[in-house]
Write a new protein. Structure first.
Length: 102
């Protein structure tokens, strides 16, 4: 279940501002997704790039090697909106079921 949600979470973070991989990992952990390992983020980023939802740009870093920063594309904004719509529908259904089963 986390796999599909992880894409939406990553798109949500990138929507706010350009981020690089490790920074993305930190933001996921800050949000409470501590089960997401840094190494599992990069395959998702690659898939999001192949889908045309994000773009990466190499930028110099003041603290070490260059970093690849990711930003949302127009297709990525549309994918994030679709994720938000699906999440809202799923949340309503679960809330309904939880309420009706008590």
């Amino acid at each position: 279940m986390l796999k599909g949600l992880l894409e939406g979470c990553i798109l949500s973070i990138i929507c706010e501002k350009e981020v690089y991989g490790y920074e993305l990992s930190e933001k996921l952990h800050e949000a409470g997704l501590t089960m997401v390992k840094e190494g599992s983020i990069y395959p998702v980023l690659l898939r999001l790039q192949k889908n045309g939802w994000i773009e990466g740009t190499i930028k110099p870093s003041v603290a070490g090697p260059d970093r690849k920063y990711y930003r949302l594309t127009v297709k990525g904004e549309q994918a994030l909106q679709a994720f938000d719509d699906s999440w809202e529908q799923l949340s309503r259904a679960i809330a309904y079921l939880r309420g009706s089963l008590r």
